[in-house]
Design a protein around this ligand. Structure first.
Ligand SMILES: Cc1cc2nc3c(=O)[nH]c(=O)nc-3n(C[C@H](O)[C@H](O)[C@H](O)COP(=O)(O)OP(=O)(O)OC[C@H]3O[C@@H](n4cnc5c(N)ncnc54)[C@H](O)[C@@H]3O)c2cc1C
Length: 271
């Protein structure tokens, strides 16, 4: 996971096995995988806001999901030394929605998605009902304490599940503004946000533009509401670092900014 602000992990860490219940494309650039069953049926605790987790899925060609024995640092070290023929793919995702026994995960459909592609996006595009998976709940990072005057939410599409979860969790009398960048107008999703939180969708409409650059430019040029904000900024690393830098320069306290670089443009994929 890239650089981040406060973390609020769950009290117990447990790997929960489950399987794919359904998979579909919800917008041109977003794949939704619904998981459940197994340990997830009654072992998963929904926490709302930007609850995130580590997702374990088989790599292409693996006929089963082999999990590390343990989720502490030693377990992670054992995971890294598993032979690639057995080691599952491990990536970070956000809970998009929950229903009894079911969790929706929205994964950005980026890059190549065809057979043999070693990525979570490729897994989401190819997985079938019954495909095995597992997750490790990592809790919530959104931590506004209610003393701020308004809320700022900024994300590109990888942070859309977190941004929409945070907006849905705000109190009904919350005030604020959200800048949500997506590849095209067709990638806009329904929003559940308080009446006085203005949601501004930004469409890149350029397949070659770096995700997050438009949101950064827009926030930097915007006239933001007066008063003390709590900012939640997630997505591509240059976006999150750029918005944080801008807000700090405007006098916002670092402790009032929750930010997390979810991925880095141009970086080599984690193995
Ligand atoms: C706390 C947390 C929560 C997250 N929640 C979500 C979520 O709910 N939905 C979601 O889609 N992502 C989410 N992410 C981001 C996700 O973990 C990364 O995008 C991850 O790299 C995707 O894995 P992959 O295997 O598909 O691609 P990788 O194999 O990791 O990367 C392959 C290549 O694609 C590039 N890349 C990675 N992600 C993107 C992208 N979104 N757009 C364009 N290029 C990309 C990389 O730079 C790399 O060059 C979250 C990250 C964190 C830390």
């Amino acid at each position: 996971m890239a650089r981040s602000s406060t973390l609020n992990p769950p009290e117990t860490h447990q790997l929960l096995r489950g399987e794919v219940l359904a998979a579909r494309r919800v917008t041109p650039h977003m794949l939704r995988v619904t998981v459940g069953g197994g340990d997830l049926a009654d072992g998963f605790v929904p926490r709302g806001a930007d609850q995130w987790f580590r997702l374990f899925v088989p790599r292409p060609g693996q006929d089963a999901l082999h999990l590390p024995s343990g989720v502490d640092l030693k377990g992670y070290a054992r995971y890294l030394t598993m032979p690639e023929s057995r080691r599952p793919l491990l990536r970070n995702y956000t809970v998009r929605a929950t229903r009894p026994g079911e969790i929706d995960i929205d994964l950005v459909a980026h890059g190549a998605l065809g057979p043999g592609t070693v990525s979570a996006a490729g897994w989401a595009a190819r997985c079938e009902v019954g495909s095995p998976m597992a997750l490790l709940d990592e809790g919530v990072t959104f931590a506004a304490d209610g003393t701020q005057d308004w809320t700022l939410v900024v994300a590109e599409e990888s942070g859309l599940p977190a941004a929409l979860g945070v907006l849905a969790a705000l109190p009904a009398d919350a005030r604020g503004v959200a800048f949500l960048e997506v590849p095209t107008a067709e990638d806009v999703q329904p929003v559940d946000a308080p009446a006085h939180v203005e949601v501004r969708w930004l469409h890149r409409d350029d397949p070659h533009a770096v995700p997050g650059a438009l949101a950064l430019r827009t926030v930097a040029a915007a006239t933001l509401p007066p008063g003390r904000p709590y900012a939640f900024v997630v997505g591509e690393q240059a976006l999150t670092q750029g918005v944080r830098r801008h807000l700090v320069a405007q006098g916002v306290a670092k402790s009032d900014i929750a930010f997390c670089g979810y991925w880095k443009h141009g970086a080599r994929p984690a193995r």
